[in-house]
Write a protein that binds this ligand. Sequence first.
Ligand code: HEC
Ligand code: HEC
Length: 165
Amino acid sequence: MTFRTLPLLLLAVMAAVVGAAFAAEVNYPLDAPGPDGRRPGGTLTQSMPAPPIANDENKDLKRERNYPDQPPTIPHSIRGYQIDKNGNKCLSCHSRANSARTQATMISITHYMDRDGQALAAVSPRRYFCNQCHVPQKEVLPLVGNSFETIDKILQDDANAAQKP
Ligand code: HEC
Ligand code: HEC
């Protein structure tokens, strides 16, 4: 055996050992019920068919924000709206200059600030890719329950509790 083939041989042995470890794992019983999520029913080893893609909620009604800093969710469909280095479809309606014509909410002052809070003349590069923060919503019920309460409700509950003797 030459010195050159030794590393290859070692590699082959390692691959065999690792392979055996993975093969052994497959023998475990994996038939636990699958989590209730997007594809309910079935077990972990079964692939259930994906449900059809739901429609975008496209009612053109601004949604309430859960807290003041929340990026508002998009109340209209954005199918086919391009955002890349050549153009930004969103800004054709939401930019300062276009918002009067389109009656779309103007992007707020924070979208013109750099990371040091300095106001810029144009949209800040860190706010250019709108979908990083703003997303449309589908016409579906939430997949998992959620007990989020807005700050108004928490303050109200506090005030009510304080009033009680
Ligand atoms: C054709 C014009 C147009 C384009 C293009 C457009 N919007 Fe809008 N957008 C509107 C209008 C008008 C509203 C006000 C509510 C409504 O009519 O849907 C709105 C509402 C919104 C809101 C809610 C604002 C709030 O205060 O709650 C967000 C967020 C938003 N759009 C994001 C986007 C993003 C992100 C894109 C690009 C992917 C985009 N929009 C593209 C016209 C547009
Ligand atoms: C890094 C996250 C982020 C990105 C990227 C971003 N936004 Fe926002 N946006 C926010 C947040 C947070 C708010 C709510 C607080 C505020 O106004 O800063 C907001 C608010 C808004 C509003 C409501 C303004 C108002 O005065 O009610 C509109 C409209 C909007 N964004 C559109 C856009 C568009 C169009 C783009 C892309 C050009 C974009 N945003 C990119 C985070 C983002």
